[in-house]
Design a binder for this molecule. Structure first.
Ligand SMILES: [Zn+2]
Length: 253
């Protein structure tokens, strides 16, 4: 079990502390989702992952962590029980209005870090960021999903374990990460290798055609050691990003 990080949480600040930090610190908006993750992982998988890495990286860099935006948009997993998918425009508007409020508070830098990497979901967040930057060009906004950092590590060795080169939703990597973070929530015998047919250019009539079992990859080879290695790699990348985004001066309370 990883140690609990103790970052600066916006929910615990007074208005005056918040106002001072707005000009000095990177503010982080974690984005989670309630989404099916195969027969073996909990619905909060993406939220558990992103909150763990954000909190640890924020503690190390004195970034301020905003409350998680904990609903998003998913397509291929939407037909399954437990997936709550908000429409593209709802996700875009929600993110945009949060960013507009941060701009009104003169927050200088914002990192939006999503645990969920769905295509429509990420495009909605990107559009929100671009629209706000159009009106507030002095603001700095970064957007990434953890998987932008982790998927390129395929083939590398982390914490003594090889990162799979082919993997996907609720596959080896996500199963490994929940084995590391919340082992009590992972099914004891996760399913084996399953790579659904590659989608061609033709659009599927059923959203889950590309994900009929609700997962992709090989959850059975996931180890907590790999999960810890992936977690640490994501934390290192976020520490660098939060530091780069921080306005001049001394962040922190
Ligand atoms: Zn996920």
């Amino acid at each position: 079990m990883p140690t609990e990080a103790d970052p600066i949480l916006a929910t615990e600040l007074t208005k005056d502390e918040y106002a001072r930090l707005a000009a000095e610190s990177t503010f982080v908006l974690p984005v989670g989702i309630l989404e099916e993750h195969g027969p073996h992982l909990p619905l909060g998988t993406d939220t558990f992952q992103v909150e763990a890495v954000v909190n640890e990286a924020a503690e190390a860099t004195d970034a301020v962590v905003l409350p998680t935006m904990n609903y998003g948009n998913c397509h291929s997993t939407q037909p399954f029980p437990g997936s709550i998918s908000l429409p593209f425009d709802t996700v875009r508007t929600l993110a945009e209005e949060i960013l507009r409020e941060l701009a009104r508070h003169d927050v200088a830098s914002v990192a939006i870090v999503s645990g969920h990497a769905g295509g429509g979901h990420m495009r909605a967040l990107k559009q929100a960021g671009r629209d706000v930057l159009g009106d507030h060009p002095q603001m700095r906004i970064a957007l990434l999903s953890e998987w932008d950092v982790l998927f390129p590590l395929g083939g590398e060795t982390l914490n003594g374990e090889t990162v799979p080169e082919a993997d996907g939703h609720a596959g080896t990597m996500e199963t490994a990460r929940i084995r590391h973070l919340r082992p009590e929530l992972v099914d004891d015998s996760p399913p084996g290798e399953h790579f659904p047919q590659e989608e061609g250019f033709e659009l599927a009539s059923e959203p889950d055609e590309g994900m009929p079992k609700g997962y992709m990859g090989d959850p059975s080879r996931a180890t907590p050691e790999l999960g810890e290695g992936l977690h640490d790699a994501a934390v290192e990348a976020l520490k660098e990003l939060f530091d780069d985004l921080a306005p001049e001066g001394e962040p922190g309370l």
